[in-house]
Design a protein around this ligand. Structure first.
Ligand SMILES: Nc1ncnc2c1ncn2[C@@H]1O[C@H](COP(=O)(O)OP(=O)(O)OP(=O)(O)O)[C@@H](O)[C@H]1O
Ligand SMILES: [Mg+2]
Length: 404
């Protein structure tokens, strides 16, 4: 997986430089309104790491989920937006909800707001930047960036490719905000093409235009993934002896071609492959499955435990967790090295699943990187070594109390 043209293409688009030093993003203030179990709650942690502890069902993950809505997408639970609004026992459906946050990073500060708009009754998520409504969710990626690890991701290496691809794409967004727009344009063209094909509308000009979008955006998506994957491997190897280093490969047609041909030729090949697979795709539901099922929306991230030469899916549960933590830390380290923006980390119940050595290594790495990580757990004792270095909150029955 080394192709200079693919990586050169990426280098032109990635890593905004923030004037010689990394901008460590933090969510300095966040307010949740009618969000999940919360009617109204406000946290003002500033730039330090955050520890949220409390019993099961208290509302810890809901706070991390709220922060995950500050980037494009459906949040860390991949929830339906209508499920997110607060529901009382007799409510048939959730209310309109809102998350408002002040994001700081180096010299800048921006107010982001998102949620479901009660007045319009729309089912779409709305976005405000510094009070101004904005049309596209993708604008959020310009202002905020986050990586998350959740208990559901414990199955990341065992289940289908979709979640691994999403995980990789989220890592890429952090370095290249335009990745969100490209992925969206690709997916939009893919859907349109599928619809035309399954409806039997073989309009050559229309299909060619859609395939052109898929080819150009698909090649760019693949190049961005390859570039970030390659740099992540290097960043994971560099300093971190505690978390296992991962080897990464991407199983996808465009990614493979980018390792063999210049980017423009890859676009041509994708265009030609899409054109010749039209009739097969028309019969198979139209989603590009005719091309070996390896188009950019089907690519898979293959992770191997480098030292053991063991595919991640065959590693122990704890080793899989450590590989994931190692990758997320490597991504944060890469941002620091790039002098770009360092994402906020959302670590839901991560500490409880690590042994003491790795837990402490995670805390000290977060402190060394100077990034804002939000940790949750039921057992406050696990976070003792962060006392005085992080903001501590107790969450109890949908109320949040600051503790020293
Ligand atoms: N739309 C909603 N309206 C009201 N309450 C909700 C809604 N969605 C989820 N909840 C409730 O929010 C509560 C807190 O959930 P959350 O996942 O944040 O708990 P937690 O503190 O992370 O617990 P655990 O330690 O078990 O992971 C749960 O009781 C859940 O049922
Ligand atoms: Mg939880």
């Amino acid at each position: 997986m080394t192709n200079s043209s693919a990586f050169a293409a990426l280098d032109q688009t990635t890593s905004e430089n923030f004037g010689g030093h990394a901008a460590r993003l933090s969510c300095a203030r966040v307010t949740l309104t009618d969000f999940r179990c919360y009617d109204h709650v406000r946290l003002e942690p500033g730039s330090k790491p955050v520890v949220l502890t409390g019993s099961n069902g208290a509302g810890k993950t809901n706070i991390l989920e709220a922060l995950s809505f500050l980037v494009p997408g459906t949040g860390l639970r991949r929830a339906r937006l209508s499920d997110v609004g607060r529901r009382l026992p007799d409510d048939l459906q959730g209310r309109a909800w809102a998350v408002a946050a002040t994001i700081e990073g180096g010299e800048f500060s921006v107010n982001l707001g998102t949620g479901l708009d009660a007045a319009s009754g729309s089912t779409k998520r709305v976005v405000h930047v510094d009070g101004e409504p904005r049309r596209a969710l993708s604008v959020l990626a310009e202002h905020f960036s986050t990586h998350w690890l959740t208990p559901q991701m414990d199955r990341l290496f065992l289940d289908g490719s979709q979640e691994r691809r999403r995980f990789l794409d989220r890592l890429v967004f952090a370095f290249d905000p335009a990745h969100a727009g490209r992925t969206k344009a690709y997916t939009h063209a893919l859907r349109e093409r599928s619809k035309l094909l399954t409806d039997g509308k073989m309009d050559d000009a229309w299909l060619s235009a859609l395939e052109d979008t898929m080819a150009t955006r698909g090649a760019a998506v693949a190049a961005a993934r390859l570039g970030v994957a390659q740099r992540l491997v290097a960043a994971a190897k560099k300093t971190d002896a505690v978390f296992p280093a991962a080897e990464l490969a991407i199983d996808g047609l465009a990614e493979q071609w980018l390792c063999e041909y210049p980017a423009l030729e890859v676009e041509d090949r994708l265009r030609a492959a899409l054109r010749t697979s039209r009739s097969r795709d028309a019969h198979s539901g139209g989603a590009g499955g005719g091309i070996d099922g390896r188009l950019p929306h089907q690519s898979d991230l293959l992770v191997t435990h480098a030292e053991k030469r063991m595919p991640a899916g065959q590693c122990s549960t704890g080793e899989q967790k450590m590989l994931l933590v190692g990758l997320v830390l490597a991504a944060a380290r890469m941002s620091v090295q790039d002098e770009s923006r360092v994402p906020v980390l959302l670590m839901d119940e991560v500490a409880a699943h690590l042994d003491a050595k790795h837990r402490e290594a995670l805390f000290s790495e977060v402190l060394n990187l100077g990034c804002q990580a939000w940790f949750t757990g039921t057992d406050a004792d696990l976070f003792l070594s962060l006392r005085g270095k992080a903001e501590f909150y107790t969450v109890d029955a949908a109320r949040v109390y600051g503790t020293d």
